[in-house]
Design a protein around this ligand. Sequence first.
Ligand SMILES: NC(=O)c1ccc[n+]([C@@H]2O[C@H](COP(=O)([O-])OP(=O)(O)OC[C@H]3O[C@@H](n4cnc5c(N)ncnc54)[C@H](OP(=O)(O)O)[C@@H]3O)[C@@H](O)[C@H]2O)c1
Length: 252
Amino acid sequence: MTTTPLAGKVAIVTGAGRGLGRSMAHALVDAGASVSVASRTVSELDSFVDGVKAEGGQALACPTDITDESSVERMVEATVETFGRVDILVNNSGIVASTPLIDQSADEWDRVVATNLRGTFLATRAAGRHFVAQRSGKVVNIASNFALQGVANHGAYSASKAGVIAFTRSMAIEWARHDVQVNAIAPGYFATPLNADMREDPDSLARVVRAIPARRMGQPDELRPWLLLLAGSESSFMTGEVIVIDGGQSVR
Ligand SMILES: NC(=O)c1ccc[n+]([C@@H]2O[C@H](COP(=O)([O-])OP(=O)(O)OC[C@H]3O[C@@H](n4cnc5c(N)ncnc54)[C@H](OP(=O)(O)O)[C@@H]3O)[C@@H](O)[C@H]2O)c1
C-alpha cells in the first residue's frame, strides 16, 4: 500500500532539474505533494514535469535563476497561482568551485556565495511570507558537510554552506513562534552531475572514497527519509537542526 503523508501539500524544490534536487522532488511527489521545480535549464524541468504528470502526479516547471530577486519572487508567485498555496521549500540549488584561494577570482567567489547563500535567502524570504501568514511551513536547506570541516580549495563553497547553517538557525528562532520549522541537511559525497568529472577519474574517486568511513559515496535516494521527516508533520517540534548524512566522513 502506498502512503501519501504529504497529500494536499505544495512544495518548491530549487535546483530540481538534476542530481539531489530531482531525487528529492520525486520523493515529495511520491509522498503526495504537488511540486514546483525550479532551476535555469528548462529542458530538465520539463522532463521532470512530464514524467510526474504521466504518473498522475502534479508538478510545475518554474524556470528560475536563484540569484535573481525578481525571478525568485516569480517562482513563489507561480506556485501559489497554480496550486493555491505553498507549504514546503527545499533550498537545494547550489554550485561548487574547487580553486586555491590565491587563484580565486572575486567573480567566482561571488557566484558561489550568490547561488548557495543569497539564493537561499531570497527563496526563504519569498516563501516565508506565505508561511508566516498561514502560520505553518517547512524550510529544508541543503548545506554540506564541507561546512563542518576544513577542506582545501573550497573556501567559497565551505563558507557559503556554513552561512546556510547559520541562516537555518537564525530563521528557526525567528519563525518558531509562527509554527514554521527551518532545518538543514548536510550531505557528504553523493553521486550526482556535480561531481561527475571527479568520479570519472579513478585516482580522484579512490582518494575521495578512502576519506569516507563507509568506503562509498551516497546515492541520492538515501536523502529521501530525512527530507520527508523534515518536510512532514513528524518534525513539528524540531527546528534549527542539521542532519549530517555523509557515511561518517565528518565525525572522524
Ligand atoms: N553531490 C554532492 O556530493 C553534494 C554534497 C554536499 C552538498 N551538496 C549540495 O546539494 C545541492 C545539490 O547538489 P547536486 O550534487 O545535486 O548538484 P547538481 O547535480 O550540479 O545540481 C545542481 C542544481 O542546482 C541548480 N542551480 C545551479 N545554479 C542555479 C541558479 N543560479 N539558479 C537556479 N538553480 C541553479 C542546477 O540547475 P541549473 O544549472 O539548470 O540552473 C541544478 O539543478 C547543492 O546545494 C550542493 O552544494 C551536494
